[in-house]
Design a protein around this ligand. Structure first.
Ligand code: PMV
Length: 322
């Protein structure tokens, strides 16, 4: 039995679409930052007396799709670790459930790290990222610390994630404007499959390598101006693909667009802030720490904003109870 903790992450260069659905091999490389303080904590108990896997999520017993997805991932771990014992899994997020914060990255990173530790195995961080990726692509990026890149490749072993900078390398924070707490109708696993139905996906992917390089350089140079430009552009491109997929995926709500507009306005007034959005309507306002208070106050002043969460760069996944 072991417990692990893994932070959620926010992508600056987005992952959208797979070259191999089963292995979750992405069509393009991506970059993210772990969200300090927004984490999943997962305990795995491989128990020879069990006759099936079971899952408790935020104190509720799960069956159906959620349990099936965990079982599929436990099968991956069982195959790699060389045994067939069932497991009891208990997982909880410390961020409000249903706050519209993607939880699968944190959940599958924590499940992979806890499951491995509970078996007494010690795998390299690189391999842990590839295993986490099989549960949820973006989970690969929640394993290493701080600012993380995830390589796109044709082979399972080659599509791994690694840290490009420690959490304290750059003082930026994610100020998340929650505008809806509703669970999304179309999840990202379904969304990835429809990415190619958009005429724009080819163009998005063609430029992704160049945006990836620009974003990585901007982080390494702590160049907020260059960073803001490429991060907003990349988010807009992903949402353009989503909206032009068949069937179309519209994740934005009216307040989403209003906040994006405000963020651009605030930046023109001198605040170092830019926006990025995952597969949901909540707006991640990435800002230099000195400007985070002003940004969160402005967001809180809007009646459209239900909640504001603030996350600095966070650690990688860790075993907290061996
Ligand atoms: O890991 P998934 O299958 O939940 O996909 C994540 C997709 C985005 O959040 C929209 C982008 C990303 O790179 O995290």
């Amino acid at each position: 039995m072991a417990t692990a903790r893994a932070n959620a992450n926010i992508a600056f260069i987005k992952y959208w679409g797979n070259r191999d659905e089963r292995l979750r091999l992405p069509v393009n490389p991506s970059i993210s930052m772990n969200l300090g303080g927004l984490y999943a904590e997962t305990t795995v108990d491989w128990d020879r007396t069990l006759i099936s896997d079971s899952l408790g999520l935020n104190g509720r017993e799960e069956s159906g799709a959620a349990l099936d997805r965990v079982t599929i991932h436990l099968n991956v771990l069982r195959e790699r670790l060389g045994f067939s014992t069932y497991a009891r899994v208990e997982s909880a997020n410390n961020f409000p459930t249903g706050a519209g914060i993607a939880s699968s990255a944190a959940a599958f990173a924590a499940l992979t790290v806890a499951g491995t530790a509970a078996a007494g195995a010690s795998l390299s961080e690189r391999e842990l990222t590839t295993l986490a990726r099989l549960g949820s692509g973006s989970a690969s990026r929640s394993v290493p610390t701080g600012f993380v890149e995830w390589h796109a490749a044709d082979q399972h072993e080659a599509s791994y994630a690694e840290s490009i900078a420690a959490p304290d390398y750059w003082d930026i924070v994610d100020v998340i404007a929650v505008v809806s707490k509703k669970h999304k109708d179309v999840g990202s696993s379904t969304g990835h499959k429809s990415a190619n139905t958009s005429d724009l996906q080819t163009a998005r992917v063609a430029g992704a390598g160049e945006r990836f390089t620009r974003c990585k350089q901007a982080i390494l140079n702590r160049d907020f101006t260059a960073f803001a430009e490429v991060v907003e552009h990349d988010s807009n491109l992903m949402h353009a693909v989503m909206m032009t997929s068949r069937p179309p995926l519209f994740y934005w709500l009216p307040p989403t667009l209003a906040i994006m507009d405000n963020v651009r306005q605030w930046r023109s007034e001198g605040l170092r802030v830019c926006y990025t959005l995952d597969a949901g309507p909540n707006v991640h306002c990435i800002c230099v720490r000195d400007d985070a208070y002003a940004v969160s106050e402005r967001l809180r002043a809007s009646s459209d904003v239900l909640d504001v969460l603030v996350a600095p760069p966070g650690d990688g996944a860790k075993v907290i109870v061996p």
